[in-house]
Design a protein around this ligand. Sequence first.
Ligand code: ADP
Ligand code: MG
Length: 398
Amino acid sequence: MKKTVRDVDVDGKKVIVRCDFNVPLDGEGRITDETRIVGALPTIVYLLDHGAAVILLSHLGRPKDGADPKYSLKPVADALAARLGRPVWFRSAPAVIDDAVRAEAASLKSGEAMLLENTRFRKEETANDPVFSKDLASLADLFVNDAFGSAHRAHASTAGIAAYLPAVSGFLIEKEVKFLGETLQNPARPFVAVLGGAKVADKIKVIERLLDKADALLIGGGMAYTFLKARGYEIGATIQDETGIGLAASLMERAKEKGFELLQPIDVKAGRTFDNDTESACYDSDAIPADWMGLDIGPKTAALFAERIRGAATVLWNGPMGVFEMPNFARGTEVVAEAMAETRGVSIVGGGDSASAVEQFGLADRMSHISTGGGASLEFIEGKVLPGIAVLEDREAE
Ligand code: ADP
Ligand code: MG
């Protein structure tokens, strides 16, 4: 377990909080979705209410040549001030830190907040430069990381800074570590994993880890056809993944040796072309016509997967069951999401597209946990050590 803001005394301290304010902006620089700002509030409010002065850090987008006003965090400072109902000091310093920023940080009082400019305005950020890390650290007494979506990157503001300050997690990272980390370490059983998405190669390490950790693996989405093809089935014009075929074959071999249940679609919903309004029909997996493409799991498969999900004590789901962006091929993904919502077990969703599918179906608040990390979630599930989490202090064993 990692220490959190609750485990340290923050009263009268200056606290740097690395947030994920990487929000979507429209052409005029307006924020189109404040979910990430709202998500950051609990940690910020906790610190302010407990007497800390809070200095916020984040990146936004991928500015190419240093300071670029298009990627300024100014709109975030305004949105944050409105949500907090108190001022958030902000200065669009191209160097992120300058004398005015230092002076403001030095005079910042308990219960006050400031936001620094986009950390990626400095190339030293992604280079994890120790001088920049130390300069950031010099503003505060404590580092709090709450940017899970950036925790898989060893950058100055996510990892480097922790070399110069005590470091603990905020509430968002605490929840990710609890659900993804501890569930995978010690899951309530039976532990069923559901995997989909486009390609086997994207998820190969995830599959391998889950073969070790889970009790059963249900495979849908585009990657399922690679398994079907490896078994010698015709998959017609479905998304092709030539390099994945060998991988799928060896994964099936390993599963067989271990007596591990690796479930694949028994039927599919196919279309003539990659288009929502194309002619569509359901086929058994061994009877997909040569010129059709599989775009969703079929109703028999969806029912089978749903039954297994409802009977699980822990379910981890990553990757849509079909091309859910097209309403006519979203049903398989929706049935899986509904079963996750209904299960009495722990239900965890990881992966950007899976999370947006769950949102789209209006089932988000019925999951135990939806990981917000995208790439970071996948690396965590793979069992990789995330640099932004590794630098946080461990709690003493109880
Ligand atoms: P996540 O972001 O949840 O990790 P992925 O990015 O791996 O998921 O996969 C999501 C994508 O996979 C979606 O855009 C979806 O349309 C696509 N997909 C799922 N099934 C198929 C299929 N049968 N054919 C083509 N694409 C598919
Ligand atoms: Mg994705």
